[in-house]
Ligand binder design. Structure first.
Ligand code: ATP
Ligand code: MG
Length: 294
């Protein structure tokens, strides 16, 4: 059932932070290319990776952890972080993911001194929509789309070519989170998933994409940050909407995606097309052609 490549545990080095039930480290993975191996060359290259370690205390949710790994192993897209594989060390389960140089988008946007322009924001939105459109075509659900889970491979602020993002893994699936943890994810988690986390579907990623657009428009501000859990619950119960951003075009897309009825949210394919059309109609937001990033 799980198509996972096993690998030897890379040595964890620097501790990068905490995820939900996980500890995150940077490490080095020894990678041999298939051609080198065929040619009998056993030398390996060191590749910087991130180790997401599910501690032995959380073995009860290891199946859910592998579900995330399994989803990530099925994807290959330039705007989605590469999952090298999983490994087990003692009683710990470890996901080994590509290290993305400039870290999470939320932190990056918050520490910017000069404002990020509309073309920059449009490019990030378009790259994210293209990654989610790819997942939609493959009928795969991400499950936690937010700026914290978007990593920057290139910031594109001073350099040519603009930003280059990679969507990271969603972490532990919401189906094994507590009710409080789900409520705390308001306004990223889709309303139907707060009612019942098994309602998780591609439509939920559309809602999450809408909230992420809000974060992008507001330079990494945290939506509903001062609200208590009960207030967050009431926000959804009363079908409230987040404040409308100034950037009219992105605001319109955001509102479309954050429709309470999951069936009325647009397809990512249509969102990508809308962003293309907006760029064509408005040359001031049209970015220079992007360069590829390895
Ligand atoms: P969750 O598990 O709920 O998604 P999270 O997003 O905070 O929580 P992680 O995605 O596991 O947790 O990552 C924690 C921190 O580790 C991030 O904020 C980031 O600084 C760093 N990090 C995670 N993945 C990568 C990566 N692929 N490349 C570089 N840094 C990363
Ligand atoms: Mg994460």
């Amino acid at each position: 059932h799980f198509q996972l490549r096993r690998c030897c545990p890379p040595q964890p080095r620097e501790h990068l932070g905490l995820g939900t039930r996980t500890n995150i480290y940077a490490g080095l993975l020894k990678v041999k290319s298939a051609e080198d191996e065929d040619a009998g060359d056993s030398s390996a290259q060191d590749v910087k990776v991130v180790l997401k370690v599910l501690g032995s205390r959380h073995r009860d949710i290891s199946l859910a952890f592998f579900e995330t790994a399994s989803m990530m192993r099925q994807v290959s897209h330039k705007h989605i972080a590469l999952l090298y594989g999983v490994c087990v060390r003692h009683l710990e389960n470890i996901m080994v993911e590509e290290f993305v140089q400039l870290g999470p988008l939320d932190v990056f946007m918050r520490i910017q001194r000069s404002p990020l322009g509309t073309p920059w924001k449009f490019q990030v939105a378009k790259q994210l929509a293209s990654a989610l459109s790819y997942l939609e075509d493959k009928k795969l659900v991400h499950g936690f789309v937010c700026t914290k889970n978007i990593l920057l491979a290139r910031d594109g602020v001073d350099s040519e070519g603009g930003p280059f993002i990679k969507l990271s893994d969603p972490g532990i699936p919401i189906t094994v989170l507590t009710r409080e943890e789900c409520v705390d994810r308001i306004p990223w988690i889709a309303p139907e998933c707060v009612k019942d986390s098994t309602n998780l579907s591609v439509a939920a990623d559309k809602w999450g994409f809408g909230t992420t657009l809000w974060e992008i428009c507001y330079d990494g501000e945290v939506p509903l940050k001062d609200k208590k859990l009960t207030e967050k619950e009431r926000f959804y119960a009363a079908e409230c909407q987040l404040a409308t951003p100034d950037c009219r075009e992105l605001a319109e897309l955001m509102t479309h995606c954050m429709t309470y009825d999951p069936h009325k949210r647009p397809f990512f394919r249509a969102i990508v097309r809308d962003i293309d059309t907006l760029e064509e109609q408005n040359p001031s937001i049209k970015p220079a052609p992007t360069q590829e990033v390895d």
